[in-house]
Design a protein around this ligand. Structure first.
Ligand code: SIN
Length: 311
């Protein structure tokens, strides 16, 4: 490989999906090399690494560590990296990589809402645009590109289940592709990792619960007890509003903190700052800041993987 190349890391997803004659469908079937067929103009030679071939719902925390290692290796040898990924959990992978990869060069996650066999697939152009963004002079950091728009990988979220423009970001997109040319209206992501992943890193179990009207705290206590038995070390509570926790739920979460669980409160609204609790004992329930629940869970997991005292 040379620094003139781009590395395409293929992990599966609908961008590599296949519909069978019996009507079944499987994401992650077409090899990464085949995704490049017919794409032109390529901005640089592309080296393909077929890392996984999966539906992204099967992505595990261990897979993230493998992917982070592959991205780091590829960044040393190429001018940019593109990751073809299923869209369903792409925002979580993008956030994880944003927090753990020092990316002085661009790392672009992309995917598709329609598979290659569709009469109008979206994957090929998403991939071509991503390769051009990955080769763009001065670009850096982990980003997610879908449908002309590219986002900071730490902020992007899948906010629609099945429409073509399925992603958005509470902070707005970083920029837009005009054909194959990126134009930014915010600065590139810093490209600086907040957490390191030394050899042997193990990512702890961190749970995520969504609050709702009529939340049954007996069930929640059972969930927490079961989680603790399985080694759960943290919990994110996706609360209504700006992190609004009912008194019964607050008592439940405080009991969990006493049992050794780290608890972070986030907002289920999809946008907005969540601060820490100020009421008496509840001050140990930390707010997620700008991070949504999925992102707060990864952040807490990474914190717990590094050191207990950093909390
Ligand atoms: C997946 O996430 O792997 C399947 C769905 C998609 O890519 O849109």
């Amino acid at each position: 490989m040379s620094e003139k190349n781009i590395t395409l890391i293929a992990t599966g997803g609908t961008i590599a999906g296949k519909s069978e004659e019996d009507g079944s469908y499987s994401a992650g079937s077409v090899p990464g090399q085949d995704l490049l067929r017919g794409l032109e103009p390529l901005p640089a030679p592309v080296q393909v690494k077929q890392l996984f071939q999966m539906d992204s719902r099967e992505m595990s925390q261990e897979d993230w560590l493998i992917l982070a290692g592959a991205v780091e290796t590829a960044l040393k040898r190429s001018r940019g990296v593109v990751i073809a990924h299923g869209t369903d959990t792409m925002e979580e992978t993008a956030f994880f990589l944003s927090k753990t990869i020092n990316a002085a060069r661009p790392v672009i996650l992309t995917g598709a809402m329609r598979p290659p066999g569709h009469f109008s697939p979206d994957g090929p152009f998403n991939l071509l645009q991503s390769l051009h963004l990955a080769a763009w002079p001065g670009a850096r950091g982990v980003m997610l590109l879908m449908h002309d728009l590219f986002y900071d990988g730490a902020e992007a979220a899948k906010t629609a289940a099945s429409r073509l423009n399925a992603f958005s970001s509470p902070g707005g997109e970083l920029g837009q592709m005009y054909g194959l040319i990126p134009r930014t209206h915010r600065d590139w992501p810093s490209g600086q990792a907040s957490f390191s992943l030394p050899e042997g890193t193990r990512l702890p179990l961190v749970g995520l619960l969504s609050g709702h009207v009529g939340m049954n705290t007996v069930m929640v206590r059972e969930y927490i007890a079961s989680g603790l038995r399985q080694g759960m070390r943290g919990l994110v509570y996706s609360a209504p509003g700006d992190g609004s926790v009912s008194l019964a739920m607050e008592a439940t979460l405080l009991a969990a903190v006493k049992q050794g669980l780290r608890v972070v409160i986030s907002s289920r609204t999809g946008c907005g700052w969540v601060g820490g609790r100020e009421r008496g004992d509840a001050s140990c329930l930390r707010g997620s800041g700008w991070d949504g629940p999925l992102q707060a869970r990864i952040n807490l997991m990474l914190e717990l993987s590094q050191t207990e005292s950093s909390f």
